[in-house]
Design a protein around this ligand. Structure first.
Ligand code: AHR
Length: 322
């Protein structure tokens, strides 16, 4: 009888300790679930960015729900609504274009899910719709490209005719890199943009549009300014196929600093690439953890950028991570 009572007591104590201990340990081990709406895979930069996000999430023990929007805003909006329905802990969004986000961002806010804007930003007036933006000063990147040309112009004679390959229409980097470049080249009135068209941030489109520029303007073109390396690399092919020498007959300026651009610089075909590092994953994951832990985070966190002229490419190449 005594023995039975003792056993019942021990069983009751064990059950009670489980009842209290289980939820606590389960809580401590609960993985943060982060829904990420990525634009797609339009460029070498974007692929490196996706890899950085996936690798960093795994390293941080974060459960990443990845959605590829294939360049469509409507797909991104659907993905965001599905993240709300799944009650994820944090949402990360790289908006393909700047406008048209207010309604869905308000739905995210109403669901009390913190939002991190990654790389590109939105033009919403209400900044309370997102917790933070981790990205770049795209206007400054455009200025860096423009300043390089203004400096280069000192050793050039006559008018300097530029053709511009813009990124995706309505996207923050296309709008801002154009703005910054135009601002910087005002310092040298001989520099003129004679044609400007979108190449959608892709190699294929960059090549196609450059072919059209060459057909229309021929040898009048002195400089190509491409809003990203992929379009620049595509355009280099078009320049070569037209029997001209890229980086000599036509100076080539682009943005991103991907490996492909470094290879082109080492081969003497690209003059300069303005860096915009896609390796944002670790910063996004640590910020997500801080937000979930209730810490306050800055409203704008800047990634790494810089300027790499072709003369520095061979020396820098071994240090490149993307
Ligand atoms: O938003 C960043 C830009 O998007 C990169 O410069 C470009 O390569 C990418 O597609």
């Amino acid at each position: 009888m005594m023995k039975n009572n003792k056993r019942t007591l021990i069983t009751a104590l064990l059950a009670a300790s489980f009842a209290f201990a289980m939820p606590l340990s389960a809580f401590a081990q609960k993985k943060i679930v982060l829904g990420f709406s990525q634009i797609g895979a339009e460029s070498e930069w974007r692929t490196a960015n996706t890899n950085s996000m996936k690798t960093a999430a795994a390293a941080a023990g974060i459960d990443l729900k990845f959605s590829d929007a294939q360049q469509k805003q409507e797909n991104q909006i659907k993905a965001l609504r599905s993240f709300i329905a799944q009650k994820v802990d944090v949402i990360a969004l790289t908006p393909v274009v700047e406008s048209g986000w207010d309604t869905v961002l308000k739905e995210i806010k109403d669901a009390k899910i913190p939002l991190i804007l990654v790389d590109r930003s939105v033009d919403s007036k209400d900044t309370s719709l997102y917790a933070t933006h981790i990205g770049f000063d795209f206007v400054e990147e455009g200025r860096m490209a423009g300043r390089w040309l203004v400096e280069k112009a000192k050793s050039m004679k006559g008018d300097i005719n530029v053709v511009e390959l813009q990124g995706t229409v309505g996207s923050a980097p296309a709008i801002d890199r154009k703005k910054g470049f135009e601002e910087a080249i005002k310092a040298e009135p001989r520099i003129k943009i004679i044609r400007s068209q979108t190449g959608d941030f892709t190699r294929a489109k960059g090549k196609e549009v450059m072919e059209a520029f060459l057909k229309a303007e021929g040898k009048k073109i002195n400089v190509l300014y491409a809003h990203n390396d992929d379009m620049g690399i595509g355009a280099i092919q078009a320049i070569e196929e037209a029997g001209l020498k890229p980086a000599k007959d036509i100076l080539v300026i682009s943005v991103d600093g991907v490996k492909g651009a470094f290879e082109a610089m080492i081969a003497g075909k690209l003059n300069v690439s303005v860096e915009c590092s896609p390796l944002l994953g670790p910063l996004v994951m640590s910020t997500a953890k801080d937000i979930v832990a209730g810490k306050s985070v800055p409203k704008d966190i800047q990634g790494k950028d810089g300027v790499y002229p072709m003369e520095t490419a061979a020396k820098e190449f071994p240090n490149r991570k993307y």
